[in-house]
Design a protein around this ligand. Structure first.
Ligand SMILES: C[S@@+](CC[C@H](N)C(=O)[O-])C[C@H]1O[C@@H](n2cnc3c(N)ncnc32)[C@H](O)[C@@H]1O
Length: 203
């Protein structure tokens, strides 16, 4: 029998070709910009984009990045393939790996981003631990959504078995998990239409 991870990977793989239609660039722009604006100047940073899908973040991120780079990670080959064809920018490395098996080295990143993807990862504490490991001292993790936690849970419930259990933890609970894992939490906020978590690896 297929594992839950394999079923989820197949679901996302099948959605890759039409992902852009489900939420257009215009529809996500305000939510994406709201998160990126919290970061200030990101030029020159090496970024990890977790659960990148077909690269919805990159058109917003790359103009801010200058000589920086992005490792865009997703476990669905169809998502990575579509991202690579839509965004052949040489600053982006498209990596088809599970978030907990990326092969990334310690301290390889100045910034880890995760937009609209975190609840799909089965072990939140382990993912935060990996993000901390990848970050250089002082580097930041931004994890954000353009939907509130309850609304997102409802969307996932309706989307079928493979994703129905994908729930965001309350922001305060995620903050506690992050602190226990050695991150400094700078922001952990949620309301009906958004969710924002920003943390830093201590310098
Ligand atoms: C809801 S989509 C978001 C995609 C993109 N960030 C966006 O905003 O359009 C979540 C993505 O996470 C990926 N994903 C889910 N579980 C994963 C895992 N364990 N490792 C790597 N990627 C994963 C899925 O394949 C999917 O592309």
């Amino acid at each position: 029998m297929d594992s839950p991870g394999a079923a989820k990977r197949a679901v996302f793989g099948a959605l890759a070709a039409s992902w852009d239609e489900a939420k257009s660039g215009e529809a996500i722009a305000a939510g994406v910009e709201r998160g990126l604006a919290l970061l200030g100047d990101v030029s020159g940073l090496d970024v990890v984009d977790l659960g990148c899908g077909p690269g919805r973040l990159e058109p917003f991120l790359l103009p801010r990045l200058g000589t920086g780079s992005v490792v865009a990670i997703d476990f669905a080959p169809e998502m990575i393939g579509r991202g690579a064809s839509l965004c052949p920018d040489p600053r982006v490395t498209w990596l088809c790996r599970d978030v907990l098996d990326t092969g990334l080295e310690d301290s390889c990143a100045g910034l880890v981003l995760c937009f609209n993807a975190f609840p799909h990862f089965p072990d939140a504490a382990a993912v935060l631990g990996e993000a901390r490991r990848w970050l250089r001292p002082g580097g930041r993790l931004l994890l954000w959504h353009d939907l509130g936690r309850e609304r997102l849970a409802e969307v996932h419930r309706r989307a079928g078995r493979a994703v129905e259990g994908a729930l965001l933890p309350p922001a305060a609970a995620l903050a506690a998990t992050a602190r226990a894992g050695g991150l400094l939490v700078e922001r952990a906020e949620e309301d009906e239409s958004s969710y924002t978590f920003l943390a830093r690896r201590p310098a």
